[in-house]
Design a binder for this molecule. Structure first.
Ligand SMILES: NC(=O)c1ccc[n+]([C@@H]2O[C@H](COP(=O)([O-])OP(=O)(O)OC[C@H]3O[C@@H](n4cnc5c(N)ncnc54)[C@H](O)[C@@H]3O)[C@@H](O)[C@H]2O)c1
Length: 286
């Protein structure tokens, strides 16, 4: 059901790769709610993914840009304002990548040049896009900027690797820039901490199926889907949330405040997994 929550608003959506992407669902919902959009992703992702399909569906223009490149971001904000006919009301940052994870480098054997890349793509790009937009005065008064995060920024999750550090930095940027941009132009900056979701990036996390199931069993409302995340993003872009800023907003069915659930305990009791031990018989707590 549509409520016209974004009627007359103009937005930029980063990170729709294919129809499993959370950004894809957000673009569809924002369009349904009356927004005009520009879609963006890296030149490679625009070629390899199916973003053109989404553009056709939502009547949007695709402008390729690497979110780690300040020049690309300047071009993007300038072209998007021309395309949409004025300042931007909302932006979604939905970009992440860990080359350490891709190359199966564990957290205690990180390649530091790959770590730089992880942080740049998954967190510093958020700072870059906000700084570029602010310098260009590209965001309208009371605009809303969102990024997607995961609870591994606060608590340790096996297999989440250097992405946990990237998400901590991402959330910190939302607070630090949220203060400055809020004070000066009423622009809100928040992150939404989403449940595990089956997407290209999600599938790159070690043991993702187990994590998904565990999270679902632990959450009183179950895991939140990408479509439900899109609903939340739309509300955060709308005028209904004008005084919400600098927050990490949990959209996870209650997972982040759980310790143990009945469904979790039942599953745990069933399995009594053999503990992982090293060659000396010592338990590996990894
Ligand atoms: N899937 C999950 O379980 C989950 C849970 C919580 C948060 N998130 C976050 O949601 C966001 C979207 O991920 P997704 O799960 O939809 O996966 P996805 O793979 O569909 O999206 C990730 C996107 O990042 C883009 N990207 C990578 N490098 C980029 C760059 N240099 N510039 C611009 N874009 C770049 C990719 O092209 C891709 O479109 C990410 O920030 C992810 O960490 C995902």
């Amino acid at each position: 059901m549509a409520y016209n929550l974004l009627k007359g608003k103009k937005g930029i959506i980063f990170g729709a790769l294919n129809d499993a992407s959370i950004a894809w669902k957000v673009a569809e919902r924002a369009h349904e709610e009356g927004a005009q959009l520009v879609l963006t992703n890296t030149p490679v992702a625009c070629r390899m993914g199916t973003i053109d399909e989404l553009a056709a569906k939502t009547g949007s223009k695709v402008i390729a840009a690497d979110a780690t490149s300040v020049e690309d971001l300047e071009m993007l904000f300038s072209e998007a304002q021309k395309e949409l006919g004025g300042q931007i009301d909302f932006v979604l940052h939905s970009c992440a990548m860990s080359a350490n994870m891709r190359k199966k480098r564990p957290y205690d054997d990180l390649d530091y040049s790959l770590l730089d890349k992880t942080l740049d793509i998954s967190a510093i790009s958020f700072h870059k896009m906000i700084q570029v937009a602010k310098k260009m005065d590209a965001i309208a008064e009371n605009g809303s900027i969102l990024a997607l995060t995961y609870v591994a920024s606060h608590r340790t999750f096996f297999g989440y690797n250097d992405m946990a550090d990237a998400k901590s930095l991402l959330e910190s940027i939302a607070r630090s820039f949220g203060y400055i941009y809020g004070r000066e132009k009423g622009v809100r900056i928040n992150t939404i901490s989403q449940s595990p979701t089956f997407t290209t990036a999600g599938g790159g996390i070690k043991g993702f199926d187990g994590l998904y199931d565990f999270s679902d069993r632990m959450s009183p409302l179950g895991n939140a889907s990408a479509d439900e995340c899109a609903d939340y993003c739309v509300v955060m872009f709308s005028d209904l949330t004008k005084k919400v800023t600098m927050q990490t907003l949990f959209h996870d069915g209650g997972f982040s405040n759980m310790g143990m659930s009945l469904r979790g305990m039942t599953q745990y009791n069933k399995s009594f997994i053999d503990e992982n031990r090293d060659e000396n018989g010592k338990i590996i707590y990894g």
